[in-house]
Design a protein around this ligand. Structure first.
Ligand SMILES: Cc1cc2nc3c(=O)[nH]c(=O)nc-3n(C[C@H](O)[C@H](O)[C@H](O)COP(=O)(O)OP(=O)(O)OC[C@H]3O[C@@H](n4cnc5c(N)ncnc54)[C@H](O)[C@@H]3O)c2cc1C
Length: 367
């Protein structure tokens, strides 16, 4: 097993760092158990995409990058069993080869499956729960080496208590996911006024499979994303994807952010130009995972709050008014998403349909 002493860990956002006395990269379950046995206190890391200090430890860190194999793909049962370090993008590609797909996804697919499961990672869609709801069963190895296999149906109470666990209950060592036949998404993206979007919010949320808003602060318009599940053929152009996803969303967006960092008073105009000039209406059909996932953004800071959906309109009205009236000049998208209630004790959607308000910002571009 690969091991290192005094390993410096830094998360994706570069805002959290620690030096771990021992660092292990196991490839087998036996190595994983051995690494735990050698450690007094231990934390696990997927890809370090969490903004919080959740992965930090000064004793032992166990990285699961190499504990990422596909163990079983059962096409008839629509289930896949994998090791927890597998990345969501690897799962997407592997499932696609077999005409299958994950039921729902968040905005990117760089995360490990276990990292996404443990932290209640979510996508959007009021009929869809957080990603952990796709799990049929998982294996948890506790600090004393005891192994528990927890099933969604047979062990309902335990499953609901343990599936979102912030990495605190032991190591998740195997996951079986329910998947679906591959599907496409009809993506209708357009711009509308913030006021109109808030007034029509519930109609739009309820009439679309996957609905989200991107608000560029200080702008009167908001970008509306409506994705409908379909089996119609894909028709998106590769040239458009290259231009939008590789050139405009990456290089040009970064350039705008850099300009906004020279003088923060330009940010309102920059945000307005981004919405009005670059967020062109879209009407395309593409594979599900290619629509759910957006190009990885530049390193920035995020906090995301979850609220009962009943307060959605008031929340958005007050938030947009508060930001616009403040002295802040915010240079990054604010993202509004929706998920269905669940029964997982530590989930922000526990027993309530949820609106998520993602408050994002970037002060420097250094990547
Ligand atoms: C650019 C970007 C976009 C994002 N988009 C979304 C989004 O659309 N929706 C959303 O909800 N979130 C999103 N996130 C947040 C992200 O999904 C979560 O922070 C997720 O936990 C990151 O996965 P990871 O593999 O990096 O886990 P890490 O950050 O490495 O770990 C997270 C937690 O999981 C634990 N853990 C990891 N593996 C195991 C294991 N095998 N057993 C036990 N515990 C384990 C760790 O100890 C830690 O407590 C985004 C983050 C970034 C940086």
């Amino acid at each position: 097993m690969q091991q290192q002493s005094d390993f410096r860990f830094t998360n994706w956002a570069k805002n959290e760092t620690c030096v771990a006395k021992k660092y292990f990269v196991p490839e087998t379950e036996a190595e994983l158990v051995e690494a735990i046995a050698q450690s007094k206190t231990v934390r696990f890391t997927g890809t370090g995409h969490s903004w919080s200090s959740i992965c930090l430890n000064t004793d032992a860190l166990i990285n699961l990058d190499r504990y990422n194999k596909i163990l079983l793909l059962d096409k008839a049962k629509l289930q896949i069993t994998v090791q927890p370090g597998i990345k969501l993008w690897q799962l997407n590609e592997e499932l696609d080869k077999h005409g299958l797909a994950l039921i729902n996804l968040g905005s990117i697919a760089k995360q490990s499956l276990a990292g996404a499961m443990c932290t209640a990672t979510h996508g959007t869609g009021i009929q869809f729960q957080i990603l952990a709801s796709q799990i049929e069963a998982f294996t948890l190895i506790k600090a004393n080496g005891e192994k528990l296999v927890i099933h969604h149906t047979q062990d309902k109470d335990l499953f609901n208590l343990c599936v979102v666990n912030l990495g605190c209950l032991g190591v998740v060592s195997e996951i079986t996911l329910n998947v679906v036949s591959a599907f496409n998404l009809h993506d209708r993206t357009f711009v509308m006024s913030v006021d109109k979007a808030i007034n029509q919010l519930h109609e739009m949320v309820n009439s679309t499979d996957h609905f989200k808003l991107w608000w560029f602060p200080h702008v009167d318009d908001v970008v509306v994303y409506q994705y409908t599940r379909t089996q119609q053929k894909t028709n998106d152009s590769r040239f458009r994807q290259w231009l939008m996803d590789e050139i405009l969303s990456v290089s040009v967006y970064r350039l705008f952010l850099k300009i906004g960092n020279i003088n923060r008073n330009w940010r309102k105009k920059i945000n307005s130009a981004l919405v009005k000039k670059f967020m062109q209406p879209l009407n395309r059909i593409e594979k599900s995972y290619k629509v759910f996932n957006v190009p990885e953004p530049p390193v920035h800071r995020e906090v995301e709050w979850a609220f009962d959906i009943s307060v959605a309109k008031d929340l958005l009205r007050e938030y947009t008014q508060m930001i616009n009236a403040s002295a802040h000049r915010i240079n990054f998208i604010q993202e509004i998403r929706f998920t269905k209630a669940d029964e997982y004790a530590l989930s922000p959607c526990y027993q309530r349909d949820t609106i998520w308000l993602g408050a994002y910002r970037l002060e420097r571009i250094d990547d």
